[in-house]
Unconditional design. Structure first.
Length: 412
């Protein structure tokens, strides 16, 4: 595992964008609805390749606005974007010399990777690209879930499409912060190493996701929407959805609330990870209104409390399970995230010396009382003010005498 760049380890929060031909179907094909994630509809409904390819003639992206997407990410407090340059369906959203099955050569005649990269440069946001390196359902030699390598010449696909397109992505668009590879399936160690060597030769600072396979990523990528239960001993990232799908599904209304998403963000950050939260634009490129509403709500929190997220590091394991909140920390400061309505926070087994206690959003000074319990454990009692209007997570900052937070074992 490599050492991620500071923009990534400090940034903590990114926007994933899943968009492709599957968005036009919106979860349904010829009266049949998919029961799985929408971007897998070609695979799950076994749509013939020739039929699926016809979608490209309708893929114009008339409502796709790169500046709007980047501004939405920035307003939500996100520090980077990862965009699907080619998903498992095999259709590319950039101009490629190694495939005619691309947005630039079909209906839209647009290079959406170029548009989004230019917008990220204009608005000073780091740009990353998703690329499905093993699965490509449009290529008979590439991997496909549920099918083995028998009868395929994977190396032919690998040499003729995968490696050349990765080369294009890393040479035609300037600095790429992250290459987010996915589902390595039966790729060999040697094939994963060839991708890594290619990426690091072309752009040495470009990070590689854990799903390159064979343990060669620069950080660990968790399962979709899965958060490690304990502090993780290395850099990691949790890819996650706002509802229950990645690509747009008109029938999916299982939207997570801003409170649920913020709890996930804080939990992930407290354990040392990054949160890559996804939106799935509609087939025309417009953003579902619920996605906008949720991200705007998170952005309101981040503008007031972002110090408790950015540049933080993993905490040691706290000996108690606190249901009402979580901790995050950086040098000399402990942030206490309080998600429930409470008039005081009572905490045990924090060995640090508190110097100052205040509400992070507005600097309101708070009273913190120290004592030792009858069992010999240290304790803090913090009196809390009424919550501010619309406040989902009330963050208390405690400045401490020491650089790092220390949790004591239970003595009682």
């Amino acid at each position: 595992m490599g050492t991620p760049q500071a923009w990534w380890t400090d940034g903590k929060f990114g926007l994933f964008i899943h968009w492709g031909l599957y968005a036009l179907l919106a979860g349904e094909y010829q009266g049949r609805r998919t029961e799985n994630i929408a971007e897998w509809i070609m695979h799950d409904l076994d749509i013939p390749k020739d039929e699926y390819r016809q979608l490209a003639s309708r893929f114009h992206g008339k409502a796709f606005n790169a500046d709007l997407l980047v501004q939405l990410a920035k307003q939500a407090g996100m520090r980077y974007i990862v965009f699907t340059s080619k998903h498992h369906e095999g259709f590319s959203l950039f101009d490629s010399d190694f495939s005619s099955y691309t947005s630039a050569k079909t209906a839209s005649h647009r290079d959406f990777v170029r548009e989004l990269k230019d917008a990220c440069d204009r608005h000073d946001l780091m740009f990353g690209l998703y690329y499905s390196q093993a699965q490509d359902w449009d290529d008979s030699d590439a991997c496909r879930d549920g099918f083995g390598p028998e009868g395929k010449d994977f190396e032919r696909y690998f040499q003729n499409k995968c490696l050349p397109q990765i080369t294009e992505l890393l040479t035609k668009y300037g600095k790429i912060g992250l290459l987010w590879l996915d589902t390595p399936m039966y790729m060999t160690q040697e094939q994963s190493e060839r991708i890594k060597k290619l990426v690091k030769r072309l752009q040495p600072d470009c990070l590689i996701s854990g799903r390159i396979g064979n343990g060669l990523g620069d950080y660990m990528t968790t399962g979709d929407n899965f958060i490690p239960s304990l502090p993780y001993p290395g850099p990691f990232e949790v890819p996650a959805t706002i509802n229950s799908t990645w690509g747009y599904n008109a029938f999916d209304s299982q939207w997570k609330t801003p409170k649920q998403l913020l709890r996930s963000l804080v939990k992930i950050v407290s354990r040392g990870g990054n949160y890559l939260l996804n939106i799935g634009p509609r087939g025309d490129g417009s953003i579902p209104e619920e996605s906008i509403r949720v991200l705007e709500s998170i952005g309101s929190f981040m503008r007031k409390n972002g110090q408790s997220i950015y540049e933080t590091r993993a905490l040691p394991l706290y000996p108690y399970d606190i249901e009402w909140g979580f901790f995050t920390a950086k040098k000399g400061r402990l942030f206490i995230h309080i998600f429930e309505e409470m008039d005081r926070a009572y905490l045990l087994n924090i060995a640090n010396k508190p110097l100052r206690c205040y509400r992070l959003s507005d600097g309101l000074e708070l009273t913190l009382k120290e004592r030792t319990t009858c069992e010999g454990d240290s304790s803090w009692l913090i009196n809390l003010p009424p919550r501010q209007k619309g406040e989902i997570d009330q963050v208390v900052c405690v400045e401490i005498a020491e650089d790092f937070v220390v949790f004591e074992p239970i003595k009682g």
